[in-house]
Design a protein around this ligand. Sequence first.
Ligand SMILES: Nc1ncnc2c1ncn2[C@@H]1O[C@H](COP(=O)(O)OP(=O)(O)OP(=O)(O)O)[C@@H](O)[C@H]1O
Length: 718
Amino acid sequence: MEHLEGTVENIIFHNTDNGFVVFKLKPANENGTVAVVGNMLVPLVGEQLELTGEWAEHARFGRQFKAASFKKVAPASVKGIERFLASGAIKGIGPAMAARLVKQFGLDTLKIIEEKPKRLQEIEGIGKKKAEAIHEAYSQQSEMHEVMLFLEMNGVTGAYAGKIFTQYGFLAISVLQENPYRLAQEVQGIGFRTADQIAMSLGLERNHEERITAGIDFALLQISQAGHCCVPEETLVQEAAKLLLVDPIDVARHLSFLIQESRLCVEDFHGMTLIYPRHLYYAEKRVAERLLRLKDRATQAPDDDLPAIVDGWEKQSGITLAAAQREAVLSSLLHGVLVLTGGPGTGKTTVVRGMLDVLENQGFKLLLGAPTGRAAKRLSEATDREAMTVHRLLESTGGVEGAPLFMRNENEPLDAEVVIIDEVSMMDISLMNSFLQAIPDGCRVILVGDVDQLPAVGPGSVLKDIIRSTTVPVVRLTEVFRQAGESMIVMNAHQINRGMLPDFKSSKDFQFLEISDSDAVADAIVELCHEQLPKEGFNVSYDVQVLAPMHRLVCGVENLNKLLQQALNPEREGKASISGANQVLREGDKIMQMKNNYTKGVYNGDIGFITGIQNGRVAVRYPEQNVIYERGEIDELHLAYAMSVHKSQGSEYPVVIMPLISGHHIMLQRNLLYTAVTRAKERVVLLGSKAALNTALSNDRTKRRYSLLAERLRGEEL
Ligand SMILES: Nc1ncnc2c1ncn2[C@@H]1O[C@H](COP(=O)(O)OP(=O)(O)OP(=O)(O)O)[C@@H](O)[C@H]1O
């Protein structure tokens, strides 16, 4: 790290969203100026700064100083003070007035403005009112700078300082002194680790109770991000102690306190103490309560000869239902809650169509939904009826990640007598809770999904737990109705689901390209996308999806995206681009929205294309709408030439390409491969080693997620 001291000459560029600023600095004891870049509150012209950072060579702008942190030095010379005041920093003082002020008060000018504003009236043109106004404006400026200085001194640099100041304004110092961990809860973009770093530099004790609380919260957050609703007490204590570097006994003691205060929830189950974050505890409990209530409350169908209704439908549609399929349609007429599960080609769609027809015939008002836009679209196409995302169904009105706001809830329930949701394996416990709260008593709920798919990204294994509980009617379709010749993908998906080697020989619809070296696998994927598939008539942007088991390594999502971007949408004169976290986004790129943004109406997993980039703003075209992202929001976007299998859930693509390499062994699981393969409609190309394929096939130890939904549904003593 190097130091640089000097006076700010002028501001060249300033981005208000992320605090990025470029300015010219005149170094002390040197002629000329240098360019400084960094993330910080915009300095004032004439201000003297002490910067720490490093010199760098910019391809277009040449040598510049990249400032990591800065410290303000009060202008020490009369000239410095005059420049500072002349810069317009203080409302009411321009260059002429600045000159008069320093002429009169010299080095004491700032002190007089601050402490003896009455004396300002000694200057011609300054009356009582104006003197007060100058004093006021200066105090405000200095207060802000005091906050910035305080943050700087405590190791909070650039963008963070800006965010903290934006959130708390002049209260920032007291918030930080009281409980710096509030930042993790209240300031977007600041997590536990940053807040902890600030707290440590403020001298907070390792064992401080706010620190331990924050550590426990963070450990719980990580655990829920791994898919669990709750966690055994010992695991939580160990995790938090490791994170905080404190004695587990202290964590355990504090945990008991948090439970006593009802800030966390607890459940004892077979001698095991399970800890829940409050929202997940209530979500799980209410999902169970609601399902049990709705189960037996369905309004009866007007006709009572139910088998005759199904017979009538078979005749009219020309389809003879298999026994399980028939049972499913009948059950939809009988029960308040019904689960329909089965793999590809087992007739789920056929059965749903049957259910819709018979229920509609009985006069029931129906609604259809699915957790993602893509899945809703497919459901709508397959049933010739309107289908919406669950978020739209519930009339999402914003809110933030983890705390969405829905217009539809127990007070304002959905106007429906039957609601059918497809791809339910993707619904986490929170969304299921919001959904069930909006179902009026008497309304039927039909949950359709493939329980062998990967579970939801969010916490819980709702579909699996409901089935496991055996308290809700479940129809499981196992017979495959597609012929081998008709679809090798479906046949092979079932082979994979049974842990058996797929058939790669019979059709080019399902290929395995054996390549042992990871770099060669990555190259082959690019070649397929860039050369071969387009030659065969595929539109790679729309028809082909590369899925990877992991983010890391040569064949991980990140690297494949870089390689594919280079090949499919290379840099070109006149094509605008913008740098984000670990990626460059370019006009024409295929991108994915990475989290639910309720305000913009774009959701985790939505795919779009960048249509323009201007002044740090990115325009994206989604199938349903165009959306503008401000500079500070572009981290919500990620290149999507390649994506993780998890993110592909609920979508289907003509062609799926997936690397299978040993380096990804921790992620190679049967349900991951099964989920990937079942995304494809026309062709699957797997590339990699047989060993990796075998690992994926044989590993069916899908990690059990901690949840007590099944037990609650069974009414077990907890
Ligand atoms: N009882 C049946 N008799 C004859 N054909 C059937 C029957 N049930 C389903 N099929 C046929 O089997 C194929 C798969 O059915 P369907 O699309 O309903 O299954 P699915 O479970 O929704 O599959 P996917 O998830 O792959 O779309 C379709 O061509 C359908 O017409």
